[in-house]
Design a protein around this ligand. Structure first.
Ligand code: NAP
Length: 254
């Protein structure tokens, strides 16, 4: 019988958008469980800060400036990973962004393109490159970070809701297409998590109270609340799970 544990020793994991917020917490946890970690982001200074934090915990990481929505930059990122490690075991498509948007019908095309590109196209581009490496190895794990916004239309977040719903269908499509290749594709859908991205929601006391009032557990998530589910999906514990979206929201969708 195979060993059942979260050990990721010897694995190579790429976490997109790993320089802060949820991505950084995931990257740290994956490294703590033994994997070699690669992170990317658009800004070198954010990556440099992350390098220092990882160094403080005795971990070396590889970083690459990459905009995940840009095909040539994603190609260069994966070339770098292949040159350094020769393989990729785990891809966490964590990059996502949102800004307060007008109704979808009133939104400029440029706004639509930016939000779809960062959340959905970036996940497609990185997954395609990762699958090439994973097919060679005969196995792999892809974990996409979605949101409860994928399931519930919210005012001011319409394009983001559409993009994340696309990420969830992409998760299922890839899972079915890649099951024969032993590549698991799953997603995690958090509710509000305390990061810079969600600051407008938690920095205003009145709004925070309103939000926590809709969450049965009575609080928003901290990054650690989400990390465990990602680790589970990255590990051998989830080998027979694919095409699944795990909601991590303190019960709010229930
Ligand atoms: N926080 C929440 O409440 C919440 C709730 C549900 C789902 N989520 C999802 O969780 C994921 C992580 O969110 P977060 O809250 O940790 O966000 P965050 O604090 O804004 O961090 C985003 C990270 O992604 C990088 N990034 C942004 N755009 C990028 C791009 N185009 N290419 C490459 N890197 C990029 C950022 O670095 P640079 O700025 O240097 O590029 C940063 O490292 C996202 O998919 C988000 O949709 C968040």
């Amino acid at each position: 019988m195979k060993k059942i544990n979260l050990d990721l020793s010897g694995k190579v994991a790429l976490v997109t958008g790993g320089s802060r917020g949820l991505g950084k917490a995931i990257a740290l946890a994956v490294a703590e469980n033994g994997a070699n970690v690669v992170i990317c982001g658009r800004k070198q200074e954010n990556l440099d800060k992350a390098i220092d934090e990882f160094r403080d915990m005795g971990k070396d990481i590889m970083v690459r400036v990459t905009n995940v929505g840009k095909s040539d930059e994603v190609t260069a990122l994966f070339q770098g990973v292949e040159e350094k490690f020769g393989k990729l075991d785990i891809l966490v498509n964590n990059v996502g962004m949102n800004i307060l948007t007008p109704s979808v019908a009133d939104s400029d095309e440029s706004l639509w393109d930016k939000i779809i590109e960062t959340n959905l196209k970036g996940t497609y581009l990185a997954s395609g490159r990762a699958v090439k490496l994973m097919k060679k190895a005969g196995r792999g794990k892809i974990i996409n970070i979605s949101s409860i916004a994928a399931k519930k239309a919210s005012m001011g977040m319409g394009i983001y809701c559409v993009a994340k719903a696309g990420v969830e269908m992409l998760t299922r499509v890839l899972a079915v297409e890649l099951a024969q290749n032993n590549i698991n594709v799953n997603a995690v859908a958090p509710g509000v998590v305390r990061t810079r991205f969600s600051r407008p929601f938690w920095s205003n006391e009145g709004l925070l109270k309103e939000i926590t009032g809709t969450i049965p557990m009575g609080r928003i998530a901290e990054t650690e609340d989400v990390v465990g589910t990602v680790l589970f999906l990255a590990s051998g514990l989830s080998d027979y799970i694919t095409g699944e979206v795990i909601t991590v929201d303190g019960g709010s969708m229930a």
